[in-house]
Unconditional design. Structure first.
Length: 273
């Protein structure tokens, strides 16, 4: 399989398609009890096909089988699978490809995104970003499978690269389905974004501001009222503002009295004498 992947020219791919090689690769990916090295070779072949500008219909036929590898316990195979998925989701016929990805697969991607392996987390986030960018339906799917909690976890504790990807994902979710704003407000994600602004790099800071901007542009009046109140309270806490002194214009009685300190008033009276 590795040798096949290295010789994938346009003519070779056509010949392989005629003899049903790609269907056999799909069968290998679909079997549960298959050695990890065989699956890794199959994923490598599919990636080579896509990178070489392969026929989208062939890739589409293999995608449902490839998604099954998301439940594999082999970390190297998982990373290869996610890298291949990212390439597939960038193909011209993405809307057709996304129809083969179930809510269970999205839930698995979210669990990998909130995991401890940084590389695996970033790859899963990139998959989710491409999915939500390609098809608005996935915004509802992410919410439906409880994905916002995983997104909040990565936002609070992730690396700069992870937070940057999460911000892109959040923007896609808010633009695709503004109802997400209410759910994010209940999770108190926006105050966390404000706190992150003080500690993150400049690149991430720009992404965080874009999340707030897209929320304010897409949110309804009912959604924004509790959100703005929450953000204001968080801002005051961040600025360590405990008591707010309100300035008012002086009363007529105040005008008659001197506002200078008592010691200064005594010195002034002595000079007059």
């Amino acid at each position: 399989m590795l040798a096949l992947g290295n010789m994938l020219s346009a003519g070779v791919k056509e010949c392989l398609a005629r003899i049903g090689v790609f269907e056999r690769i799909g069968e290998v990916l679909g079997f549960k009890k298959v050695p990890a090295r065989v699956k890794e070779a199959a994923v490598y072949l599919l990636r080579a096909l896509v990178e070489a500008g392969g026929d989208c219909s062939l890739a589409q036929g293999l995608l449902p089988k490839l998604v099954l590898s998301l439940w594999d316990s082999s970390i190297p195979l998982l990373k290869d699978t996610l890298s291949c998925l990212i390439l597939l989701l960038r193909l011209p016929a993405v809307p057709t490809l996304t129809q083969t990805i179930s809510s269970a697969a999205v839930k698995t991607l979210l669990s990998h995104a909130a995991g401890d392996d940084e590389e695996l987390c970033e790859l899963a986030l990139m998959c989710l970003v491409n999915l939500t960018c390609a098809d608005d339906v996935f915004a509802e799917t992410v919410v439906g499978v409880g994905g916002l909690e995983a997104i909040r976890k990565v936002t609070v504790a992730g690396t700069n690269a992870q937070v940057s990807s999460v911000c892109t994902l959040l923007i896609n979710l808010v633009v695709s389905d503004p109802a997400v704003i209410s759910a994010l407000t209940e999770l108190r994600l926006y105050p966390e974004i404000l706190r992150l602004i003080k500690t993150r790099s400049v690149d991430v800071l720009e992404k965080l501001v874009l999340v707030l901007q897209s929320t304010l542009l897409k949110g309804s009046e009912e959604q924004l009222k509790p959100l703005i109140s929450d953000l204001l309270g968080t801002t005051l806490n961040l600025l360590n503002v405990k008591d707010c002194l309100l300035y008012t214009s002086p009363s007529p009685r105040d005008r008659q009295k001197s506002r200078m300190p008592s010691s200064a008033c005594k010195k002034k009276k002595k000079k007059k004498k």
